[in-house]
Design a protein around this ligand. Structure first.
Ligand SMILES: O=C(CO)[C@H](O)[C@H](O)COP(=O)(O)O
Length: 354
């Protein structure tokens, strides 16, 4: 499916059809505009690390909104393949879940006064644009939209929105993007679509960075469902050396150059680089920030698809039509119906045990 135009999208999710954005109900408080995005995140998140006692779930969620079992997947070329492929009914459910998450995140985070908005990449983000368009021409005509990829650029231009770039707008109001997997501390693996360099630059430039995803991406620990490895963008001439470097990091199980599917040779990113997928054992994922710093030190690396300490909130659409909202302060909410007030499930200081 092409996602460059919203006419390509599946039919709207029934329960969301009547849910027009209610701008007066939006719940995000503005930041002090004098505080840079990264410094704010570091100060609000440092010292707050949550641990889980156990993991649980299936497609229905437990009380803290984690899927009961991790859903294993990997990218084959540009297509994600699951250990158990979703059947037709589940595929519809997944699309609905993506839309639920995307619409709720837009409703809560994109306010009329937000004029510089980053658009993420992947198959969930078109639902973000769909909801933004529903806010109407009056608000959208004054906005600039900053793309994280070629795909995002097509989505912006194809829907008549105004394109901007991060060199013109190095401070972005809100960035909404997808993810391949998110843990309980809102660390994320990104780059399944090989866009993570631009995605990370824009996330770092944004006052608010919000992830939207279906229930399969909501994990206790990274590496549970996304098993193909951490995407590492690399300068082409350095790739073989970087593979050797990566395999020397303790816990690296394999590092492979990502190959194109309908193309002979490697995947080439929007920045003309290659991508290596580096698999690590469970032990390494217990400290994603340490792993990120080890990989990032390697010369020749452009960016690592591990997003640590960057995310303000993650929205996961669930099969039962609810949305689980995980916030950077550790709180978890459930949105039962679009447009309703989210219900608190876990306060910022509460122990998360499932
Ligand atoms: O990081 C990404 C691209 O580099 C995407 O955001 C990620 O792969 C999620 O995509 P989707 O919404 O299709 O599951």
């Amino acid at each position: 499916m092409s996602f460059s135009k919203l006419r390509d999208l599946p039919e709207p999710f029934e329960t969301l059809d009547d849910a027009a954005p209610k701008m007066d109900e939006l719940k995000v408080e503005d930041d002090d505009p004098t505080v840079g995005p990264r410094s704010r995140r570091h100060s609000s998140i440092s010292g707050r690390r949550r641990k889980l006692s156990t993991t649980a779930g299936s497609n229905s969620n437990n009380e803290v909104g984690l899927p009961l079992e991790p859903v294993r997947s990997k990218m084959i070329g540009d297509k994600r393949e699951y250990a158990v492929e979703p059947d037709a009914d589940e595929a519809v459910m997944i699309e609905k879940s993506k839309r639920l998450a995307a619409w709720a995140a837009v409703d809560h985070y994109i306010k009329p006064e937000h004029n510089v908005i980053a658009i993420g990449s992947g198959s969930t983000v078109p639902f973000v644009v769909e909801r933004i368009l529903q806010q109407g021409d009056d608000v959208n005509k004054k906005r600039k939209f900053i793309p994280t990829s070629f795909q995002a650029k097509e989505l912006i231009v194809g829907n008549g929105l105004t394109l901007g770039d991060v060199d013109q707008y190095p401070i972005i109001d809100v960035d909404i993007d997808g993810a391949d997997e998110v843990d309980v501390n809102l660390n994320a693996i990104k780059g399944g679509g090989a866009c993570h360099l631009r995605e990370k630059v824009l996330a770092e430039a944004s006052r608010k960075f919000v992830i939207v995803a279906d229930y399969r991406k909501n994990s206790a620990v990274l590496g549970s469902s996304w098993t193909q490895g951490i995407p590492v963008e690399v300068a082409p001439f350095a790739y073989a050396k970087v593979i050797v470097n990566l395999e020397r990091i303790t816990g690296c199980q394999s590092a492979k150059l990502r190959m194109g599917k309908a193309k002979a040779g490697p995947v080439v990113t929007d920045n003309g680089c290659f991508v290596i997928d580096a698999q690590f054992d469970e032990q390494r994922f217990s400290d994603p920030e340490l792993l990120l710093s080890k990989i990032k030190m390697l010369t020749g690396i452009m960016e690592v698809g591990l997003f640590c300490d960057m995310t303000d909130a993650a929205y996961f659409g669930n099969v039962d039509g609810t949305v689980t909202i995980r916030n950077a302060d550790g709180s978890i909410y459930t949105l039962k119906q679009p447009g309703e007030e989210p219900v608190l499930i876990k306060g910022p200081e509460d122990e998360e045990s499932v």
